[in-house]
Design a protein around this ligand. Structure first.
Ligand SMILES: Cc1ncc(COP(=O)(O)O)c(C=O)c1O
Length: 426
């Protein structure tokens, strides 16, 4: 039988949900912590039960042939398995969603949702900058399937978003807004509620309303709830903050049961569901997400205070430093529950200056990715966003001297001392 996928009791805090929701020791020999179920296939008690499981899975049948309720069971691990159910139940509760689908990477989640909702001839609008994998997907892979992608840079500029939507509609029905807020690597914001309003207007003029999807990787479920602001789907690269230790790859999409059901139907055929060991690691990682978020955010505040006063730093994008009274600040206050701990800063001296800083570091690790317990730093133009054409990079705010920093859990004074040494060399 499946672990019970109950929703979290109303009023339960996210910190509490993160620790244990979705796992009931009473369903697994009283084990305080979830077992890993590695089995690829599952045994049916009778032939009729096998048929009923399949009817429940493929047709959503709630009753067995004899009229009794179907006890939904597992069939084959590509279709679902116990650890996946536990992660999906917990993530759905954290995202305040009806349902979540888990994947074997963030890109698997995004590409599956794109394939689930886009058809040849459709168009989409995406916010810029966006994670380079998504930039490549929409600009090099999807066009080969007859799908047009239109970028928009300022996610607060109503006229710019409307213009992007009109340009997209001119190429074909607008099916999807793919937003990333805050954006990788600049932490630029997109006004989710504004995009939803525009999606409603576009929807009134074509056969169906475009879906609004938000990549919530940078803040994660504790600091931002895109569904509450009008998104239809919330995507998270669980590889980052939710995994939190740079030792797994995973992704999720949360939303209504209807939309997630369509995504799951495709996931079954693409074969990219989250595997059991990854799901088990994530259940453990979720437990410390609230305290990791607190510590990394406080490190980000201290490090950004140091960087923003440093004469060799030309700009810094930590959301906690947004100017009071600015439209960005007003949106941040409306939409985000915290500033997070990944942002970029720009050193004077372009690529050469940035490289000199990086090569002096002894504690911070020069690596792509973010959201781990260790502090990571990289030069997006020559690493994470290498594959994005220079013109699109520069017009999205990724310069030659831009560095992306993901604060970990080390002592802030040690991080600042290392960055100070690096900046001395710039
Ligand atoms: C914002 C964002 N979304 C999606 C992804 C893709 O996640 P994954 O590497 O797990 O496929 C990344 C990876 O860095 C990311 O930063």
């Amino acid at each position: 039988m499946k672990p019970s996928a109950k929703s979290a009791p109303a009023g339960l805090h996210a910190d509490t949900i993160a620790v244990g929701h979705g796992y009931d020791p009473g369903e697994a020999w009283g084990a305080a912590k979830p077992p890993i179920v590695l089995s690829s296939t599952f045994v049916y008690p009778t032939a009729q039960a096998a048929k009923d499981f399949h009817r429940a899975f493929f047709e959503g049948a709630a009753e067995a042939a004899d009229g009794s309720p179907v006890a939904e069971g597992y069939i084959y691990a590509r279709l679902g398995h116990p650890n996946l159910t536990m992660v999906e139940t917990r993530m759905a509760a954290l995202d305040r969603a009806e349902r979540t689908a888990g994947f074997n990477s963030g890109m698997a989640a995004i590409s599956t949702l794109a394939l689930a909702f886009l058809r040849p001839g459709d168009s989409l609008v995406y916010s810029r900058p966006i994670y380079s994998g998504v930039d490549n997907l929409v600009n090099t892979v999807l066009p080969a399937f007859g799908i047009h992608a239109q970028g928009v840079v300022d996610g607060l500029d109503e006229a710019a978003i409307r213009a992007a939507a009109s340009a997209a509609v001119a190429k074909g029905p607008l099916a999807l807004f793919l937003l990333e807020s805050p954006a990788n690597p600049t932490a630029a914001l997109v006004d989710i509620a504004l995009v939803r309003r525009i999606a409603e207007e576009v929807g009134a003029r074509q056969a169906a309303r475009p879906l609004v999807t938000v990549d919530n990787t940078f803040l994660g479920p504790l600091l931002q709830q895109p569904l509450a602001h009008g998104a239809d789907l919330c995507v998270t690269a669980l590889t980052k903050y939710c995994g939190g230790h740079s030792d797994l790859l995973a992704g999720s999409v949360s939303g209504s049961a209807e939309l997630i059901g369509r995504i799951e139907a495709l996931r079954m055929l693409l074969g990219n569901a989250m595997p059991p060991f990854t799901a088990w690691l994530l259940l453990r990682s979720f437990e410390s997400l609230p305290v990791r978020t607190e510590r990394a955010s406080s490190n980000a505040a201290k490090v950004s205070a140091f960087l923003s006063r440093h004469p060799k730093v030309a700009a810094i994008t930590w959301l906690g430093e947004l100017a009071e009274g600015s439209p960005q600040r007003a949106l941040f206050d409306r939409q985000c529950g915290g500033a997070g701990s990944t942002f970029s800063f720009t050193v004077r001296g372009g690529e050469a200056g940035a490289f000199r800083l990086l090569d002096q570091l002894r504690l911070l690790k020069l690596a792509v990715s973010l959201g781990g317990s260790e502090t990571l730093i990289c030069h997006p133009a020559t690493t994470t966003h290498f594959n994005v054409p220079a013109s699109r990079r520069f017009s999205s705010g990724i310069g030659e001297g831009t560095l992306r920093l993901s604060l970990g859990l080390e002592h802030p004074d040690d991080l600042i001392a290392d960055l100070a040494r690096g900046l001395d060399a710039v």
